[in-house]
Design a protein around this ligand. Structure first.
Ligand SMILES: Cc1ncc(COP(=O)(O)O)c(C=O)c1O
Length: 473
């Protein structure tokens, strides 16, 4: 392959893609059904390979049919947008292709990851903290539960987990499903994850937690893990860590904070009170790949006590990797992975570029944009706010003026919007009612972007109403 030719053409395509990401008329996605998409791109690998020009065409096809998550009408997930310094960090990471296990093969990246973990621990208030970059928030939650299990049942490391111990974990009824998966993976069993009632804002109710812990003790079980969510996936609610911490302390339970979505609020002086008490937790999942707009994956698990992570990993004979010759801690010894992507470098590039103040301003902007969206919903006759806004998410739905099933109508509206390519937004169910969830996750959103989104929603809502009126005539 001709490096110069391929690279200059590829970079030109990337530049073009990025420059047009938010151009007027650019679709968030050129929607195609799976069957049609299969006919638009030749996915099969053939015997003889393809030419360089055909290779370059594949790049066009891929870009052309992918969802533009960097477009400011992409509101579908808890991540969005595009961050140039971080993107360059990602390219440099791939260019130098190494693995995070040792200083020997990743000297700069090892020091960068160490620096990032220290900085994140400072924000968290873990004075003797530790941490590791992992392959996503779900995995960070798994390792947090793993650490808690090994604290209460240290023999599990060698003998396996003994079900007679009857370990029980507690999360709110709004928590992410990754805790069920974690309990499943760790042999504890997902039915041992008790869901604690949340209030009308979606926050865990501390007295309910206390009640469930006591009931569990009466049943002869061993409560070992509580996860507070900051912020919940649908409503963006923050569980009251400072009220949960004394309960966990009293019962010697590991308290974890799942900040996969909203952990980055800690960067904002104005809003970090949402995580009040975070320094009293034992571990904290913080996902820069969501609200810090770092390309996926960029996710850290922080722990309060140095050494905890390494202690969890059984000391297998690894003298073919870890030689202990550089007088520095090899980070791989704290990880359940062997080969591990360099995910800290892109965060470092971005944080270096924007600085602490720059990032604080980006997070504050997200709060502000979500607040603006909430105001627009409240001021619109056609829209209904489905829950009070807590942070970055606004859950609402369209109120049709015609007799119709509102859930079905909103689902149709969301699907028409997605397929139109004008905006893309997700939905979920709150008390069995469908809600459309707008998330302010792109640090460069403006009021005009939010205006455009609601213009699109209302426009499509009107069109659907008109169509339905027509068919009932
Ligand atoms: C509250 C919460 N926890 C955990 C996760 C999982 O994070 P990840 O997607 O990085 O695995 C999510 C993802 O949306 C989340 O919202």
């Amino acid at each position: 392959m001709n490096t110069n030719y391929i690279l200059s053409d590829t970079f030109e395509k990337m530049r073009n893609y990025l420059n047009t990401n938010n151009q007027e008329g650019i679709a968030t996605v050129k929607y195609q059904s799976p069957a049609n998409l299969r006919t638009s791109i030749d996915f099969a690998i053939n015997e003889t390979g393809i030419s360089e020009n055909e290779f370059l065409e594949l790049i066009d096809s891929y870009l052309d049919h992918s969802v533009r998550t960097g477009n400011k009408q992409f509101f579908n997930q808890l991540y969005a947008g595009y961050n140039l310094p971080a993107f360059i960090g990602e390219l440099i990471t791939t260019l130098t292709n190494t693995s995070m296990y040792t200083y020997e093969v990743a000297p700069v990246a090892t020091l960068i990851e160490t620096e990032m973990i220290e900085l994140m621990n400072q924000y968290t208030g873990y004075e003797k903290g530790d941490g590791i970059f992992v392959s996503g928030g779900s995995n960070a939650n798994l390792i947090a539960m793993f650490s808690a299990r090994n604290r209460i049942a240290p023999e599990s490391r060698f003998l396996g987990y003994d079900r007679n111990q009857r370990l029980v974990a507690f999360v709110s009824d709004q928590a992410h499903y990754s805790f069920d998966t974690a309990a499943n993976v760790l042999g504890i069993g997902s039915s041992q994850v008790i869901k604690i009632k949340s209030d009308e804002k979606g926050k865990m109710i501390p007295s309910e937690l206390e009640k469930e812990i006591e009931a569990s003790l009466i049943r002869g079980e061993k409560p070992f893990f509580v996860a507070a969510t900051c912020a919940t996936t649908l409503l963006g609610a923050y569980d009251p860590i400072h009220l949960l911490a004394p309960i966990c302390k009293k019962h010697h339970i590991w308290l974890h904070a799942d900040g996969s979505f909203g952990g980055s609020a800690i960067l904002s002086k104005e809003n970090s009170l949402l995580l009040k008490g975070i320094e009293q937790t034992d571990s904290f999942t913080w996902n820069p790949h969501k609200l810090m707009n770092i390309p996926l994956i960029c996710s850290a698990l922080l722990v309060k006590e140095r050494g905890v992570l390494q202690h969890n990993i059984t000391d297998i004979n690894t003298d073919y990797i870890y030689h202990d010759i550089d007088y520095i801690e090899d980070l791989g010894k704290k990880s359940i992975q062997c080969g591990r992507r360099v995910d800290a470098v892109k965060l470092w590039f971005a944080w270096k570029y924007y600085g602490k103040k720059g990032y604080e301003a980006r997070i504050d902007r997200l709060f502000h944009m979500a607040q603006y969206a909430e105001t627009l919903v409240n001021n619109s006759e056609r829209l209904q706010l489905m829950a009070p806004r807590q942070s970055f998410s606004v859950c609402f739905r369209y109120k049709p003026t015609i007799e119709t099933n509102i859930d079905a109508f909103n689902l149709e509206l969301r699907e028409s919007l997605r397929k139109s390519g004008k905006s893309i937004v997700n939905y979920g169910y709150l008390n069995n009612e469908l809600v459309i969830r707008l998330v302010a996750a792109n640090g460069e959103l403006s009021h005009e972007d939010i205006d455009e989104f609601f213009f699109n929603i209302i426009n499509i809502g009107h069109m659907l109403e008109a169509e339905k009126n027509e068919t009932t005539k």
